[in-house]
Design a protein. Structure first.
Length: 312
């Protein structure tokens, strides 16, 4: 697993524009560490606030401001991950990572496109869900080394552990990824299945829905206690199909749109032109294996501002 992103380094003589240019890299990193765009933005802003709060002479003495900002932002995220575990134990229903639209469909969120998260396989919903199963230390070390390709010596300095300990943590994270990994499916194949799923749902064709779903499929909804959503995952293709038809009957005015969700084909449900649900899919062996339906309005900011969810 790799991304084009890499360690951020800018030299001390560079001005505010170059320092602020690190924001994209830091947001990419923080989102993968936290699974929440809102929390990632806050963590990055906190890191910048600490940078500009230092006396000018102290800032000028830092050889690599980019590395300094990365270290501070990562440590902020590590602290947040520890407290997030406690918060998510009290969360109403199942906590699902915050879904992101394609850049061309981004509504609200960071004003500058350069600030937006890079969408690649390391932000797919399936990947982020596995990251959620890791301990905070595992997640931070794994993301820094295996996703952003920081050498273990640098990772050790950032997290305050030995390189040997970091190697063990990364290895543990790798095992979790391998255990959950499913065969890679081309985006075109997933897009076709998602389109057929949309058409079957609109037609209220339970037989077609069951045929598109893996018998062991799981559907997880996240309403956060703010909107109606099933509190526990729905398991089994037949049960999911029945639940989806139940939803279709309760929301006759709902419109489904094919959209990119975290870099993969997904669906957006709109009511009166406002996005109310974003669904991400995991496809394997020609069928839909997992569905994550995010309904918590606090996680739909990039999809809902101005009542839009991307081009029609």
């Amino acid at each position: 697993m790799s991304t084009p992103s890499g360690p951020g380094h800018v030299r001390c003589e560079q001005g505010p524009g170059e320092i602020d240019g690190e924001r994209r890299h830091l947001t990419d990193l923080a989102y993968r560490l936290l699974g929440s765009l809102a929390e990632a933005e806050d963590a990055v802003q906190d890191a910048y606030a600490r940078w500009y709060a230092m006396p000018r002479g102290q800032r000028q003495g830092i050889e690599s401001p980019g590395a300094w900002l990365t270290t501070v932002a990562t440590r902020i995220c590590l602290d947040l991950l520890g407290s997030a575990r406690v918060r998510r134990e009290r969360y109403v229903g199942t906590w699902v990572p915050e879904p992101l639209p394609d850049r061309t469909e981004w509504i609200g969120g960071p004003a500058d496109p350069a600030d937006r998260v890079t969408l690649d396989e390391s932000v797919s919903m399936a990947f982020l869900v596995v990251l959620e199963s890791m301990t905070p230390a595992e997640r931070v070390v794994f993301v820094l080394h295996d996703v952003f390709r920081y050498p273990f010596a640098e990772v050790a300095e950032i997290v305050g552990r030995t390189p040997a300990a970091c190697r063990q943590l990364a290895s543990s994270g790798r095992r979790r990824i391998a255990a959950a990994r499913t065969p890679a499916v081309p985006g075109t194949e997933q897009a076709l299945l998602v389109r057929e799923f949309k058409q079957a749902w609109e037609a209220k064709d339970i037989r077609a829905l069951v045929g598109l779903l893996d018998p062991r499929a799981t559907m997880t909804a996240d309403g956060g206690g703010l909107v109606g959503a099933v509190l526990r995952p729905v398991e089994g293709g037949g049960r999911i199909a029945q639940y989806l038809l139940h939803i279709a009957g309760k929301a006759p005015g709902l419109t489904l749109l094919e959209r990119t969700v975290n870099g993969r084909p997904g669906l957006v449900a709109q009511s009166a032109g406002v996005t109310v649900t974003v669904a991400a899919f995991d496809v394997t062996e020609g069928r839909i294996r997992r569905i994550w339906a995010v309904r918590n309005p606090e996680k739909l900011r990039p999809w809902t501002e101005s009542g839009r969810g991307g081009p029609g």
